[in-house]
Design a protein around this ligand. Structure first.
Ligand code: ADP
Length: 917
């Protein structure tokens, strides 16, 4: 009965049935009556975890390691206890951001990093190749076994190998076509694969039933129940050994690590992420899955040991590969129908796995590897491009074919040398590398993009070195010397005993080192590095997903129109779907049509998330960025940035510093203000003083003029006296006005200066000459003393004269008449010439000595006040001396005379100057 055509026909018939199921489920989904919106179907679809590895390989593993096959199922069971906390969080985030794959999740968490998404994709694709090759190998060998019937089935016989290889290729091609037809029929790329999930759930039932059927047949058909099998096995020392798990050295460590490994696998295998997270319809389904899935695991493992022992007890040792016991045991008793059922069960296990395990990575390859590159290329021409949906679909289909062919090549390169389970474990170890960055990213806000990149790269490199190279070496492809002697002939670098770590099985050994490298690099780079604002925003979004309310805070500044966004979406999702989404969005906001929408930040955000569902977070972000601008500094972002202690401290330091700067600025402003007010007051004072000073002589002039006017009969002497007063008051007025103007000119810096080399002795002589009349009229004696040779000074001659005349006339003014003596001294002092004008007059009180240099300040007894004084003379002198680069000061005591002194800098030595006249 079991001719080739029967087997092929049965297979094709079964695949047809799967198609029918998928088609039915898809139709129901379109009608809005989803079949997979059911916790039982969801739980069964998770059982895609059980592959040909479980179906054929567990028995093989049990035959060599006894209960050692169990950790692979203990791990997931343990993990499921955590699901309600961990997986619910993953699902919540993924729904919120329309995550499309594991790579997308990682990219999105770490600041929508296309680089990280690409790396995850590469690791996932390379990592699952052994696993895919395992399925090809299992299906091909089971097919071969059936074809050989009723010959003694010896699948690994040397002559059969080429045939196996060809069969495996057929299987690969067939599965590729099947997967493409199955998983990528829709143009609408963002839709979930409802039909596929339904078919997977059905396959899970079939493989479970088939396995239980063969298990029951062996247990109760070939033996008398469990007790009988275990009793017989206990009598064979080689079998009895298999029932005690922890005897071998390192066995406990192996158990622990395999358990950990499979805990990770149940989340991070691309197909598991796909069915548990991406295809999840309702979080609540997890509640059923947490007990139903472990139950399934238990049921499918129940008969593993009985079948393994049954095979070893009834089939002569070594003639049959234990991996094929489930098939060869029924065949050896001519149970053709059962064997066919087992074969179909095996196909179920393998196709289910291959379907999801290629569709999920094809999404990654498309969204996180090809799209970012295509978008970078085509960014400029995008506006002109039409339909991207078809491109996406083509890329995904290509990826499926490529992954299966690569899996086939892996089988050619390394598949023969290993038992099924060992091949699968290599893949487990690869995807376990995602764990630190993924779980860290879910619970630790400080985890950074560079940490994730470093950890993943380090772990993956160790994986390549300790697992992949030895796998190739074992098949004789390359690397044999490295494995035997270590890299560069260094024993310490032996891939299977790195740094001398021995006594563990190969997978455990690889896990120890890869996890040390991975976690170490991840944590170190995260702690040492810095996060960008965008990265921090995403980190908070992921870690705090349960405590956040509502939608993601928009980070877009809208610079586009709603219709442009809709067109963009239409390119990837199809115009109809885009219109539908926009209409729904508009309706939600109480608008009647999408045209009424305005392109605010929320809408841009909505479009980005919808697009992310089709092409991944990183690419969606890139695309939307072509239309809208990113908000550089949202207040939310700022607040999240500063919520970390270290940053708060840095921030408050900055605040303090700002505050200090502000205080300083305020203080200097205040000072400036006070100074301005003071100046203003001075100006007012000056004006009122000037007017006051001007009024005094004017009043006198007017008074005397009126007297003259009103009294024409005034006698001549009186007339002359009054006219003389009018003239002298007018002179005083003129002098006053001239001095005020002069001072104003000096103070504003507008006065003209004609600097020249001057001989001071000559000027002093001139000054004395021009005031000699004054001295003579008051009977005051004047003397000049020039000490030594005088140097020339650089100054304006008239100005120096002005100072000297002023000081001399003051001196003579305050000297006693007839007894007054004034002495002028000229001497060199340092780099200046110093001039003293000493008198023996009334002197100035110490407290008045500052005031006399101010404008209009005349001190002392009012009786001594002479009409010629204006109170401006010394103020002008000081201005002039300062302009000349010297000082003016006074030394005096009341009744003991005064000495006014000033300095003028000596001219720089240069060309000789003709002596002054
Ligand atoms: P004035 O034109 O009124 O002399 P100054 O600015 O030259 O104005 O002088 C200001 C005041 O300083 C004088 O009014 C006088 O009180 C005092 N003063 C100036 N020179 C002498 C001096 N040699 N002896 C005593 N007092 C003097």
């Amino acid at each position: 009965m079991l001719q080739g055509w029967v087997v092929v026909l049965a297979s094709v018939g079964y695949i047809g049935l799967l198609f029918a199921i998928a088609w039915f489920a898809d139709r129901r989904a379109r009608e809005g009556r989803s079949v997979i919106a059911n916790p039982w179907i969801y739980s069964l679809s998770l059982a895609v975890y059980a592959t040909a590895w479980t179906f054929y390989g567990s028995v093989g593993r049990a035959a060599s390691d006894g209960v050692g096959f169990l950790p692979i199922y203990v791990g997931p069971t343990l993990m499921i206890l955590l699901w309600w906390f961990v997986l619910r969080k993953i699902i919540r985030v993924s729904k919120l951001l329309r995550i499309t794959s594991l790579a997308d999740f990682m990219a999105s968490r770490y600041g929508k990093s296309a680089l990280l998404g690409g790396l995850v994709t590469v690791i996932a694709v390379i990592g699952i190749l052994p696993y895919i090759s395992l399925q090809l190998k299992a299906v091909a060998s089971s097919f071969q076994i059936l074809l050989q019937y009723p010959e003694v089935p010896v699948p690994q016989a040397a002559g059969d190998l080429p045939f196996l290889k060809v069969t495996a290729l057929y299987v690969a091609v067939f599965l590729a076509l099947f997967t493409i037809a199955f998983g990528t029929r829709h143009l609408d790329v963002s839709e979930r694969h409802e039909g596929m999930v339904a078919a997977i759930a059905f396959e899970s039932l079939v493989k479970l039933l088939a396995f239980i059927a063969v298990g029951a047949y062996v247990t109760w058909g070939l033996f008398d129940g469990f007790q009988d099998i275990f009793a017989q096995a206990a009598q064979r020392p080689d079998l009895a050994r298999l029932m005690t798990p922890f005897d071998a050295p390192g066995a406990l460590a192996n158990w622990v690590w395999l358990t950990v490994l499979s805990m990770f696998a149940i989340i991070f295998l691309p197909r598991q992420f796909q069915v548990t997270v991406i295809e999840n319809v309702d979080e609540k389904h997890l509640k059923t899955a947490v007990w139903l899935f472990p139950l399934y695991m238990f049921a499918i493992n129940l008969f593993v040991l009985p079948i393994a022992f049954g095979g070893m007890l009834t089939i002569p040792g070594g003639t049959v590969d234990a991996d094929s016991f489930v098939l060869t045991l029924p065949l050896s008793r001519q149970q053709e129908a059962l064997a066919l059922l087992v074969f179909i069960g095996g196909i179920s296990a393998a196709t289910g796995m291959v379907n999801v395990e290629t569709i999920a990575p094809s999404t990654m390859v498309c969204n996180d590897f090809v799209m970012p590159i295509v978008l970078r290329w085509k960014r400029l021409t995008l506006a002109a491009e039409g339909d991207f949906g078809r491109l996406l679909l083509t890329v995904r289909r290509g990826a499926i074919v490529a992954i299966l062919l690569l899996g086939y090549f892996y089988f050619l390169a390394a598949g023969e040398a290993y038992a099924l389970v060992s091949i699968g474990l290599i893949s487990f170890a690869a995807v376990a590398q995602f764990a630190p960055a993924f779980i860290g990213g879910l619970y630790w806000k400080g985890a950074t993009r560079s940490g994730a990149l470093a950890g993943l790269s380090a772990g993956f490199l160790v994986w390549l070195y300790t697992l992949l190279i030895p796998a190739f070496a074992k098949s004789g492809w390359f690397g044999a010397e490295i494995v035997e002697r270590g890299l560069f002939d260094l024993a310490i670098l032996k891939p299977t005993q790195l740094f001398g770590l021995g006594g563990l099985d190969q997978t455990t050994h690889a896990m120890v080192w890869s996890m040390i490298a991975n976690i170490g690099a991840f944590v170190a780079f995260s702690i040492l590095g810095r996060q960008s604002a965008a990265e921090h925003g995403q980190a908070t979004l992921f870690v705090d997903v349960f405590t956040q309310t509502g939608e993601k805070a928009p980070t877009w500044r809208a610079t586009t129109s709603a219709s442009a966004l809709q067109t963009l979406l239409g390119r990837f999702l199809g115009p109809a779907r885009a219109a539908e989404l926009f209409l729904a969005y508009a309706n939600e906001r109480g608008l009647r049509s999408a045209e009424e929408l305005s392109a605010d930040a929320q809408l841009v955000n909505f479009a980005e998330i919808q697009l992310a569902g089709a092409i991944g977070a990183a690419s969606a972000h890139t695309m939307v960025a072509t239309l809208a601008q990113e908000e550089p500094f949202g207040m939310d972002e700022v607040m999240t940035i500063i919520d970390e202690a270290s940053q708060v401290i840095a921030y408050s330091h900055k605040l303090e510093q700002k505050q200090r700067e502000l205080e300083e600025a305020t203080a200097s402003l205040q000072a400036a203000n006070e100074r301005l007010q003071e100046l203003d007051r001075l100006k007012d004072d000056f004006i009122s003083t000037v007017t006051h000073e001007l009024r005094t002589p004017l009043t006198s002039i007017r008074a005397f003029s009126e007297i003259l006017h009103d009294n024409p009969g005034l006698d001549e002497a009186e007339r002359q006296r009054f006219l003389g007063l009018v003239i002298s008051e007018s002179e005083r007025l003129t002098r006053l006005i001239n001095q005020v103007l002069d001072l104003a000119k000096l103070e504003s810096g507008l006065a003209e200066w004609q600097s020249a080399r001057l001989d001071l002795a000559g000027i002093v002589g001139d000054a004395v000459d021009s005031t000699s009349q004054l001295f003579r009229s008051r009977g005051v004696e004047v003397r000049t003393r020039i000490a030594g040779a005088t140097s020339e000074v650089m100054a304006d001659r008239d100005r120096v004269m002005q100072v000297l005349v002023n000081l001399l006339s003051n001196a003579v003014k305050f000297c006693p008449e007839e007894a007054g003596r004034v002495e002028i001294r000229v001497q060199q002092e340092g780099h200046s010439m110093r001039i003293d004008v000493e008198d023996n007059g009334i002197g100035i009180r110490l407290e008045d000595q500052g005031a006399i240099f101010e404008r209009f300040r005349q001190v002392g007894d009012t009786l001594t006040r002479k009409p010629s004084g204006t109170g401006l003379g010394l103020a002008i002198c000081r201005q002039i001396v300062i302009r000349l680069g010297g000082h003016l000061w006074v030394r005096s005591a009341p009744g003991a005379g005064s000495t006014f002194s000033f300095t003028v800098p000596i001219a720089q030595a240069s060309a000789p100057v003709p002596a002054a006249a």
